[in-house]
Design a protein around this ligand. Structure first.
Ligand code: GRF
Length: 225
């Protein structure tokens, strides 16, 4: 990408992933500018994070729209005002219509708190604990119309400790997310990451498992060996 990558971030809540990306842009790790943060919830704390970073914010609540199609038309119009190169879903708790997703092919990323394709959908930490899994993680992927099913860019894995409860696991996964999401956004902003059909390309070659999978040790060290 020759010019600075323009990013619109969609949120519904705390925005800690948004913050991780703001910080990585501020420290020049990501050659990008967040041109707007859009939330469907007026009370989302992420809006305050954006305002503190002097980023434009918009609130687009669902109330008042008759269906998903109509809402997504308004959302698209809102996004398009900012002419983004990349749209980032960071805890945006609405399912997007096919039409909206198709409008931004290869230009929309999501982060999901599980090792996809396992545990799509909600309450992943609780379900992982109930299933007695030995490891858990988070996945950054390109967005396609089917929920949590787009081509995988990066995954971070952590072991589940015997002592982990849902709250602790949530915190561990959040920390992991704050490392892998900025990494994927950095690749995109550098013009190194593309989607070709269903294949994720890094530096023009299909991404390899070694580039894709990061494992965090008990000491918090993240590595992809
Ligand atoms: C994250 O766990 C992300 O994986 C999921 O929603 C959560 C958002 O957290 N999609 P935050 O708002 O970024 O703190």
């Amino acid at each position: 990408m020759t010019t600075t990558c323009r990013i619109v971030v969609l949120i519904s809540g705390s925005g800690s992933n948004l913050q991780a990306i703001i910080d990585a842009i501020d420290t020049k790790q990501i050659p990008a500018e967040i041109v707007a943060v859009i939330s469907n919830k007026a009370e989302a704390y992420g809006l305050q994070r954006a305002a503190s970073a002097n980023i434009a914010t918009q609130v687009l609540p669902y109330a008042g729209f008759t269906d998903r199609q109509e809402y997504d038309q308004a959302l698209m119009a809102c996004i398009n005002q900012y002419q983004p190169d990349l749209i980032i879903l960071a805890g945006f708790m609405r399912i997007l219509s096919n039409e909206l997703v198709h409008h931004y092919p290869g230009r929309m990323l999501n982060i999901h708190p599980s090792l996809l394709p396992k545990y799509k959908g909600l309450n992943t930490h609780q379900r992982v604990l109930e299933a007695g899994e030995k490891e858990h993680g988070a996945t950054v992927h390109f967005v396609t119309p089917e929920l949590d099913s787009g081509p995988i860019i990066l995954q971070g894995k952590i072991p589940i400790l015997k002592t982990d409860n849902e709250q602790q696991l949530t915190q561990h996964i959040h920390k992991l997310e704050h490392q892998i999401y900025p990494q994927a956004v950095m690749w995109f902003a550098q013009g190194r990451l593309h989607l070709s059909g269903n294949t994720v390309l890094l530096d023009q070659h299909p991404i390899t498992p070694q580039q894709q999978i990061y494992t965090q040790s008990i000491t918090g060290q993240l590595s992809n060996n």
